[in-house]
Design a protein around this ligand. Structure first.
Ligand SMILES: CC(C)(COP(=O)(O)OP(=O)(O)OC[C@H]1O[C@@H](n2cnc3c(N)ncnc32)[C@H](O)[C@@H]1OP(=O)(O)O)[C@@H](O)C(=O)NCCC(=O)NCCS
Length: 380
């Protein structure tokens, strides 16, 4: 049967590709809500573990349910020894490449690897969320020349991550800052990596494979890779430079038609509501760390890009200086995005499995006219 389709919108812009109960986005009003809960309320009051429960169950947990989930996450934190060995064996490289390979390796050691039941997939979602945090923290620790640190069962998800990364008990401020960042990054409707995860899941492949597809997609500089690029830009301008230099560098980039990382968004036509919180954290943490320069530079860049291009900062812009003020290495910025987003990815994968149909769209054919006459090489 010949199918005629309307011309597709470039990049599937504004195309509704599925129904979902997980995330509500209104790009005109700057609204982001997980299962009906406004991101501003969650950022101010919720922990990452509560948000995980919300995304996976579509409702907030009772105290007992939250306690159960925390225990499950704690139990899942230790990494299998062969995965740690593999981490040591891999050549030093991009953090997202290492995370991709090691997440794939986790699948080999998951006790439910062959079980595709809904219960087993939920257990795997919990395990992936706990283990990806342990992986990224250990990657950071080993990258800095230290040995792996065993997780501390007394600590919550954000505090334990920082503890496994640094070997030191984090301050309340650092813990809360990371927790808020994790809450803000947890889900974002049908962003590119979540879409990739759902497409993979819709073939009924296993959840580890779907999450690896998502990690590969998050890596790109148009998606999660932008947060590391923002910090590279700030460092290129230089901590010792007068803040005006930030404007000169960015103006020159715009003149060369280069994109400024951390600006623009496919859906938001107003301020990204996540940027509001990250801007404030960048300011507070920068001041506390005695490094207000990154926030000041960021502010100059924000004002310039707004006036010259009418573009707002997205989630990645102020998360860069926030993570930097927390003492986190740049190579871990995008992996930390994955530490949070794995909660949303797994929620979407479970939702896809629960009501699945293969995702298989069509392409508008614009190649050579059919039919072409095939001439065998020998006939020439
Ligand atoms: C997020 C992003 C990929 C959205 O892309 P999109 O909806 O396809 O928008 P486009 O890339 O088509 O951009 C539309 C216009 O805005 C410009 N633009 C978009 N983002 C820009 C940026 N960060 N810096 C400078 N110009 C930008 C484009 O050059 C284009 O201008 P033109 O119409 O004159 O050619 C895009 O804004 C971007 O590349 N941002 C930088 C990377 C980033 O921060 N990614 C993280 C997203 S959360």
């Amino acid at each position: 049967m010949m199918i005629t389709t309307a011309k597709p919108k470039s990049g599937l812009e504004d195309t509704v590709a599925t129904s979902s109960e997980i995330c509500f986005l209104d790009g005109d009003r700057g609204v982001l809500a997980y299962c009906g809960y406004d991101i501003h309320d969650l950022a101010r009051q919720a922990t990452f573990e509560e948000v995980c429960y919300l995304l996976w169950h579509r409702r907030l947990p009772t105290r007992a349910e939250l306690g159960d989930l925390q225990s499950q996450l704690v139990a899942a934190r230790p990494l299998p020894e062969p995965v740690l060995r593999l981490m040591r064996a891999l050549p030093a490289g991009d953090g997202m490449d290492v995370l991709r390979t090691l997440t794939s390796a986790l699948g080999h050691y998951d006790p439910d690897v062959a079980d595709q039941s809904a219960q087993a997939n939920y257990r795997k979602a919990v395990r992936l969320t706990a283990q990806i945090a342990s992986l990224v923290a250990t990657m950071g620790r080993m990258g800095a020349g230290g040995g792996p640190i065993q997780p501390d069962p007394v600590l919550g998800h954000a505090a334990n991550f920082l503890y496994m990364l640094t070997g030191e008990r984090p301050s309340g401020l650092a813990t809360r800052a990371l927790d808020v960042a994790l809450v803000l990054h947890a889900d974002h409707e049908l962003n590119a990596s979540t879409f990739a995860a759902r497409v993979a899941a819709a073939t009924l492949t296993d959840i580890h494979s779907a999450i690896v597809a998502a990690i590969c997609t998050l890596k790109g500089p148009l998606h999660g890779g932008a947060n590391a690029d923002v910090m590279r830009l700030l460092l290129e301008i230089g901590p010792g430079a007068p803040v005006e230099k930030a404007e000169d560098v960015v103006r020159a980039k715009l003149a060369r038609k280069e994109k400024i990382p951390g600006f623009g968004h496919r859906v938001y036509h107003t301020e990204d509501p996540r940027a509001t919180h990250l801007r404030q954290m960048s300011r507070d943490l920068g001041q506390r760390a005695g490094q207000p320069i990154w926030y000041e530079m960021s502010q100059r860049i924000e004002a310039l890009v707004k006036s010259e291009k009418k573009l707002n900062p997205n989630v990645d812009f102020y998360s860069a200086s926030t993570y930097y003020a927390l003492g986190i290495a740049i190579d871990l910025f995008t992996p930390i995005f994955a530490v949070s987003r794995v909660s949303g990815w797994t929620a979407h994968v479970l939702e896809q499995y629960a009501n699945n149909r293969l995702i298989r769209p069509r392409a508008e054919y614009v190649g050579p006219q059919y039919p072409q006459c095939y001439v065998p090489l020998d006939a020439g």
